[in-house]
Design a protein around this ligand. Structure first.
Ligand code: C2E
Ligand code: CA
Ligand code: CA
Ligand code: CA
Length: 278
């Protein structure tokens, strides 16, 4: 039996084995970061594409390894969802977003902050109360908080999700539909959920100058947003040419490396706000 057990390992390639190791390592780092509250949130500016003015910021979580290197969220968010750590992670990110928004508000340069919410966070009935509690703890008026959700997050418990979003919307929190145009886009979502913002997925922006179809889709989404009275944000603007094309199509707001990568809190403040760093 032992030999068989040992032989079994032959089915795993080295590559697969190192993937398993990697997973354990990341899980350990994530658990520790949550316990020690050392997860970081970086902020990426959102701009008005016409005036260039700052109109908001998106909070994006960051984890570091032992060598202080950043592990990107794509490498640990799915794992956080599988292990249930996403609840604690989401809570800490939410608090950091509210805390930053409160600071900026007090300093006289209010910035609406968008926090990314994973599908699983809705499975917690506490979700609405957590948001309310975070706003209360940080004395942040709800209008300065936005929640970014993907369509896959909305697909779970349709009615319950709508109920929660409606309550959040009623108290003044903005609801944003992330990565719009990818996944199982269903236009019925746009009527069913109390949405405020559509974020056009980066993939369309990336291709729009070379691929007329991508550009046509962006154009259609812009018209759709206008006619439904939804705010529109283009994601992943990397070049001046993309920016100009979006402007010509009538897109008002966007974010992307052309303006800035996501920045640590202090760098964001140094660059965008007329206040002293922490
Ligand atoms: P997302 O919500 O679609 O966030 C946008 C991602 O695009 C970010 O990657 C951002 O750094 C990147 N990005 C922004 N501008 C550009 C650009 O011009 N070019 C390119 N190539 N990329 C750009 P990031 O920070 O690695 O996050 C990846 C994903 O991880 C996010 O996608 C989001 O789905 C998830 N995520 C990040 N933070 C959180 C969090 O706190 N909670 C949850 N649940 N998910 C998060
Ligand atoms: Ca997002
Ligand atoms: Ca997105
Ligand atoms: Ca995404």
């Amino acid at each position: 039996a032992k030999a068989l057990g040992r032989n079994r390992y032959c089915y795993f390639s080295d590559e697969l084995q190192s993937e398993v190791d990697q997973r354990f390592l990341i899980e350990r780092l994530l658990k520790r970061a949550i316990e020690e509250q050392t997860l970081e949130v970086f902020f990426q500016p959102k701009h008005n594409l016409i005036t260039g003015k700052l109109v908001g910021a998106e909070g994006l979580v960051r984890l570091r390894d032992e060598n202080n290197r950043i592990i990107p969220p794509d490498a640990f968010i799915p794992l956080a969802e599988e292990t249930g750590l996403i609840h604690a992670l989401g809570e800490q990110v939410l608090h950091q977003c509210c805390s930053a928004a409160r600071r900026w508000l007090l300093q006289g340069t209010p910035v609406k902050v968008g926090a990314n919410i994973a599908a699983l966070q809705f499975s917690n009935d506490q979700f609405y109360l957590n948001i309310k509690q975070a706003l209360h703890t940080h004395q942040l008026p709800a209008q300065w908080l936005e929640l970014e959700l993907t369509e896959s997050a909305l697909m779970h418990n349709f009615d319950e999700t709508r109920g929660i979003l409606q309550k959040l919307s009623d108290i003044g929190v903005s609801i944003s539909l992330d990565d719009f145009g990818t996944g199982y886009s269903s236009l019925s979502y746009l009527r069913f959920f109390p949405l405020d913002v559509l974020k056009v997925d980066r993939s369309f922006i990336k291709d729009m100058l070379d691929d007329p179809q991508a550009k046509n889709i962006v154009n259609a989404i812009i018209h759709l947003a206008h006619s439904l009275n939804l705010q529109l944000v283009a994601e992943g603007i990397e070049t001046k040419a993309q920016l100009e094309s979006l402007r010509n199509l009538g897109c008002q707001e966007g974010q992307g490396y052309f303006y800035s990568k996501p920045l640590p809190l202090q760098e964001f403040e140094a660059r965008y706000l007329l206040i002293q760093p922490v």
